[in-house]
Design a protein around this ligand. Structure first.
Ligand SMILES: Cc1cc2nc3c(=O)[nH]c(=O)nc-3n(C[C@H](O)[C@H](O)[C@H](O)COP(=O)(O)OP(=O)(O)OC[C@H]3O[C@@H](n4cnc5c(N)ncnc54)[C@H](O)[C@@H]3O)c2cc1C
Length: 465
C-alpha cells in the first residue's frame, strides 16, 4: 500500500479485509479517493478512504467500525448532486452505494419494485417497461443518477407536474443508522398509517439521517401513448396564463417545460425548426395516457391556444417529438458553453408567482449587469435560474454573489423555496435560516440529533454552520 496513506486508513483497511472486503472495495490511493469526492457542483475533496460495499451487511460493518473509531460517514450515489450533498471532509469516509445495484423484485401484482440504492434510475425505467409498467420520476440525470440519490434528494423531473416527484413513489425503505442498527419504514400497503411516517422523513434527508439500503417503489401501468407540442408566446405572462388555462380546462399534461427569451436565443440556431423572432417564452407540453384521451386533449390544446400563440407545433410521430425536445435538451449545454462558470439555482415558487418572479429577476439582471437565464418546469413552479458570469473576473464573481442573495430574497418574498429539486447540501446551507424560522430549524436539528447524536453522518449539509 502507498506509504502516503494515513495510519488510521491503513488500520481500517486491515480490519475491513479481515471482515471479508476485497481490495477493490477499499479505495485508499489519494488520486482514486479524490474521484469519490466530487459532485456536479465541481467541489472536490479527498476523503480518508472511499468504501464500496456490495451488500447491507457490509454497510453495517462500515458503520460499526466508523462508530468504534468516531469517524464521519458520507453516503454517496453517482455524485451527480447539484448542491454538494456528497462532498466529504478529509477526515471522513465515503460510503459509495453504487455497487449495490440489484433490482431485487418487480412485483407485478402489487405494481411495486424493490431495489437496492445504487440502481441507476434509467435502468429501472427500462426494466419495468418490459413488464408494461412505468416509473415516472425523470430527473434529467436519469442516465447516471441512482435511485438512492434520487430518494435522498427527492429528485423531480419534467413529469412531476402530473405524477409528482420521487417521494410520491417511495412506499418503504430499509436504512442503517450511523451506529449500524437497521430501521424499516413503510411497506407494500397502499394505505399505511401505523406510527410516524419515517419513509417520508428519510425522503429528501440528503444523506444526513440514515444510509438507505433498500427501496420499495410504486409503479404505474405504462401510458399507451405520448403526444408533444411546442407553443411560442410573445410574453411570459401570456405563457403563464396558458398554463393556468390548461389546468382550468382539464387538460392534464405530464410535462410543461418553459424557456425564457435568453434560453430561446441560446438554442435558436441549433433547432431544426424556426422559432419566431418575437417569441419571448416557449412551452413544451406533453400529454400521455390512453390514445383516445390524449388525442382529445391535444385537440383541445390546439383549439384553446391557436390564436394566442406565435407558433404551435404538434409532433406527429416520435422523430418530430425528438425534434421538439431538442429545444430543451440543447439548452443546458448551450448556456454552459456561453458561461462555463455560471451559477445555477433551482428555486420553486407558487404557480401564479412565476411571471412576477421572472420580471423581478430581469430587473435584478439589469442591476447586477449580468444576464440571468431562466428555464424549467412551468407546470410546478420550479425555475432553473442561471446567473451567467465569468468567475475568474473578481468583479463579476462579486456581482454574481450579490445576485444570488437577491434571487433567494425574491423567491422567498414570493412564497417560494430555496430548492425545488436539488436540495440544500452545503451550497445553500447559509441561506437555510432565511427560509425557516428558528423554532422550525431547532425542531429539524432535534430530528437530526435523534438519528445521529454525534453529527457524524454527512455533517456540514443542510443546516447553517
Ligand atoms: C446533468 C444533470 C441533470 C440533472 N437533472 C436533475 C433533474 O432534472 N432533477 C433533479 O431533481 N435533479 C437533477 N440533477 C441533480 C442530481 O442528479 C439529483 O440530485 C440526483 O438525485 C442525485 O443522485 P446521485 O445518485 O448522483 O446522488 P449523489 O449526488 O451521489 O448524492 C446526493 C445526496 O444523496 C445522498 N445519498 C446518496 N445515496 C444515498 C443512500 N443510499 N443513503 C443515504 N444517502 C444517500 C448523498 O449523501 C448526497 O447528500 C441533475 C444533475 C445533473 C448533473
Amino acid at each position: 500500500m502507498d506509504k502516503l496513506i494515513d495510519p488510521l486508513a491503513r488500520q481500517l483497511t486491515t480490519r475491513l479485509k479481515e471482515a471479508g472486503f476485497r481490495p477493490e472495495q477499499i479505495v485508499a490511493d489519494k488520486v482514486l479517493r479524490t474521484c469519490y469526492g466530487y459532485d456536479a457542483t465541481r467541489q472536490s475533496a479527498a476523503p480518508l478512504l472511499a468504501l464500496l460495499p456490495e451488500n447491507e451487511l457490509q454497510v453495517q460493518t462500515i458503520l460499526k467500525l466508523a462508530t468504534e473509531k468516531n469517524l464521519k460517514i458520507f453516503p454517496r450515489g453517482a455524485g451527480s448532486g447539484m448542491s454538494g450533498g456528497a462532498i466529504p471532509s478529509a477526515d471522513g469516509i465515503i460510503l459509495s452505494l453504487t455497487r449495490m445495484r440489484r433490482i431485487l423484485e418487480i412485483d407485478e401484482d402489487n405494481m411495486i419494485a424493490t431495489v437496492e440504492p445504487g440502481v441507476v434510475t434509467g435502468d429501472l425505467q427500462e426494466e419495468v417497461d418490459k413488464f408494461g409498467l412505468f416509473y415516472p420520476p425523470d430527473p434529467a440525470s436519469l442516465a447516471f443518477s441512482t435511485i438512492g440519490g434520487n430518494v435522498t434528494e427527492n429528485a423531480g423531473g419534467p413529469r412531476a407536474v402530473k405524477y409528482g416527484v420521487t417521494g410520491n413513489f417511495v412506499m418503504g425503505l430499509e436504512a442503517y443508522l450511523i451506529n449500524g442498527e437497521k430501521i424499516t419504514c413503510g411497506n407494500k400497503c397502499i394505505k399505511s398509517v401505523s406510527g410516524y411516517d419515517l419513509t417520508s422523513l428519510l425522503v429528501g434527508s440528503e444523506g444526513t439521517l440514515a444510509v438507505i439500503t433498500k427501496i420499495l417503489l410504486k409503479l404505474l401501468p405504462a401510458p399507451e401513448t405520448v403526444k408533444t407540442s411546442l407553443l411560442a408566446f410573445s410574453s411570459m405572462t401570456a405563457a403563464a396564463h396558458a398554463v393556468n388555462a390548461m389546468f382550468k380546462y382539464q387538460i392534464n399534461p405530464s410535462t410543461i417545460e418553459f424557456l425564457d427569451h435568453h434560453s430561446i436565443n441560446a438554442v435558436r440556431s441549433e433547432l431544426p425548426f424556426a422559432l419566431p423572432e418575437a417569441a419571448d417564452t416557449v412551452l413544451l407540453v406533453e400529454l400521455d395516457g390512453p390514445e383516445a384521451q390524449v388525442e382529445n386533449q391535444s385537440l383541445k390544446l390546439n383549439k384553446l391556444f391557436k390564436n394566442d400563440t406565435l407558433l404551435l407545433i404538434a409532433a406527429k410521430d416520435e422523430s418530430e417529438r425528438e425534434q421538439l425536445w431538442l429545444a430543451r435538451r440543447k439548452l443546458s449545454p448551450a448556456i454552459a458553453n456561453i458561461a462555463p462558470h455560471k451559477i445555477n439555482e433551482d428555486i420553486a415558487v407558487p404557480l401564479a408567482a412565476i411571471p412576477k418572479v421572472i420580471s423581478n429577476l430581469e430587473e435584478l439582471s439589469r442591476e447586477i449587469n449580468l444576464p440571468i437565464v431562466c428555464f424549467g418546469h412551468a407546470g410546478d413552479g420550479n425555475i432553473h435560474v442561471n446567473v451567467m458570469l465569468d468567475k475568474n473576473d473578481p468583479d463579476q464573481a462579486e456581482r454574481g454573489r450579490k445576485g444570488i442573495d437577491e434571487i433567494f430574497a425574491i423567491t422567498l418574498e414570493a412564497g417560494g423555496t430555496l430548492s425545488g429539486e436539488h436540495g440544500i447540501g452545503n451550497t445553500k446551507s447559509a441561506y437555510f435560516d432565511k427560509e425557516w424560522d428558528p423554532v422550525t430549524i431547532a425542531t429539524m436539528r432535534a430530528v437530526k440529533k435523534a438519528f445521529d447524536p454525534d453529527n457524524r453522518l454527512n455533517p456540514g449539509k443542510i443546516f447553517p454552520v
